[in-house]
Design a protein around this ligand. Structure first.
Ligand code: ATP
Ligand code: MG
Length: 180
């Protein structure tokens, strides 16, 4: 399920709308300290449904909005889109090209879109479930996360294996069925 494009607009240090295109194979992002490399991976986690402001190094989710600098006024919203090539239908969605978008305004209002249609956060979670790239999966390993995984409780570590094995969606379906 190739990620082909990332569009960041008003998110953290990305004051200006920035498009990053990913070719096939490995992409490396290099730059000096503080230039925004981690902000790129945080933008990806955020659009995939990250709910913890703390794990995005902020105290409130609104902190992801570009705060302004000496030369540029602050942004009124932050928006990030991920564009996937879904021709193999690895994502739980019928379209061949899937655009996932999240937007947050200064009022704190947040919305999610799939192919420009408003959806619930749950729909985003369902979209990525069992694709191996959900925001808690090992697809994204931030600084310090390796230690955290090695030191985590066995049941939490098991969750990562379950996700990798693609059985998480069946577990969730079972939980839902038991609730009904
Ligand atoms: P390192 O090599 O040290 O890991 P990095 O390239 O990963 O650095 P980031 O941590 O992604 O850098 O970027 C940090 C920069 O982002 C800081 O300069 C910080 O001021 C800026 N930043 C974070 N949030 C915002 C925001 N809301 N508005 C403007 N700038 C922000
Ligand atoms: Mg960093």
């Amino acid at each position: 399920m190739p990620l082909t494009e990332l569009i960041i607009d008003g998110f953290k240090s990305f004051a200006e709308k920035t498009t990053i295109k990913f070719d096939t194979g490995i992409t490396g992002i290099v730059g000096p300290n503080g230039s925004g490399k981690s902000n790129i991976t945080e933008a990806i986690r955020w659009v995939m449904g990250e709910t913890s402001a703390k794990s995005l190094r902020g105290s409130n989710m609104k902190d992801v909005i570009f705060a302004g600098s000496e030369f540029r006024k602050s942004a009124s919203y932050a928006q990030v889109s991920l564009i996937f090539d879904n021709q193999q239908h690895d994502l739980n969605f019928e379209a061949n090209r899937v655009i996932v978008t999240r937007r947050i305004l200064r009022s704190g209002d947040s919305e999610y879109l799939i192919n420009k249609r408003n959806v619930r956060q749950r729909d985003i979670r369902d979209l990525f479930m069992d694709s191996g790239v959900s925001q808690n999966s090992l697809a994204i390993i931030s600084q310090g996360r390796v230690d955290q995984i090695l030191n985590s409780r066995p049941e939490n570590r098991r969750g990562l294996f379950e996700e990798a094995a693609g059985i998480l969606s069946f577990k969730k379906q079972k939980e839902q069925a038991n609730l009904q």
